[in-house]
Design a protein around this ligand. Structure first.
Ligand code: SF4
Ligand code: SF4
Length: 69
């Protein structure tokens, strides 16, 4: 485990259930006007992985950053 992980969202897989928005402890995520999850405040992400754990559609996850960015 490293903190080089990157929050990644596949909008086309999101069915708009809102679970990740509800569970994110630092309010990184919001639902947009199309009822899709949107990353609103990436700086607040503590990379806890709760959104990944709870998303039923594998639409949001932490991925290893390839270039460390
Ligand atoms: S990893 Fe944690 S802090 Fe970051 S968006 Fe997901 S639930 Fe929120
Ligand atoms: S939990 Fe998954 S499907 Fe539900 S709003 Fe979040 S990204 Fe979309």
């Amino acid at each position: 485990m490293s903190d080089q992980k990157q929050l990644t969202l596949k909008r086309e897989w999101c069915k708009g259930c809102g679970i990740c928005v509800a569970f994110c402890p630092t309010k990184v995520l919001i639902m947009d006007t199309d009822y899709k999850c949107t990353i609103d405040n990436i700086d607040a992400c503590i990379k806890c992985g709760l959104c990944e754990l709870r998303c039923p559609d594998y639409a949001i996850y932490l991925k290893e950053a390839e270039d460390g960015k």
